[in-house]
Design a binder for this molecule. Structure first.
Ligand code: FES
Length: 118
């Protein structure tokens, strides 16, 4: 159960998508990552957070290149993706997540049994 379901006092961001964003950024340029999830210009802030408890987060890349930014807006390491979207996905699509987990565990079980059987 996610934190906000049993502690309803914290603001909950909108989830624009359950996958991270891969964006190309220039070094030392200031980008503003959307924390509220309401922006139409994801993953960047467009000012739609006005009136909410959220503020955009500054992203200043050290190098030119790709960045993987949080799309679920629930990661602990925001604005960087830390894999929290997998839990968000599992909560949204629980039957599919259970089927996927069963398949992975079944294949691992078959592989390890085949490798280590006497
Ligand atoms: S629009 Fe989401 S933080 Fe600004």
């Amino acid at each position: 159960m996610p934190w906000h379901e049993w502690w309803p006092y914290d603001p909950v961001p909108v989830i624009p998508r359950t996958d991270p964003y891969l964006v190309w950024c220039e070094s030392k340029k200031v980008y503003w990552w959307c924390a509220c999830g309401r922006s139409q210009n994801q993953p960047w802030c467009d000012g739609s957070h006005k009136g909410t408890a959220f503020k955009p987060v500054a992203v200043i890349p050290k190098f030119n290149g790709p960045l993987i930014l949080c799309g679920c807006k629930h990661g602990e390491n925001r604005p960087r993706c830390n894999g929290t979207h997998l839990w968000v996905k599992a909560q949204r699509y629980t039957p599919q997540a259970c089927a996927w987990l069963f398949t992975v565990m079944f294949c691992m079980g078959m592989t390890t049994t085949w490798l280590w059987h006497p």
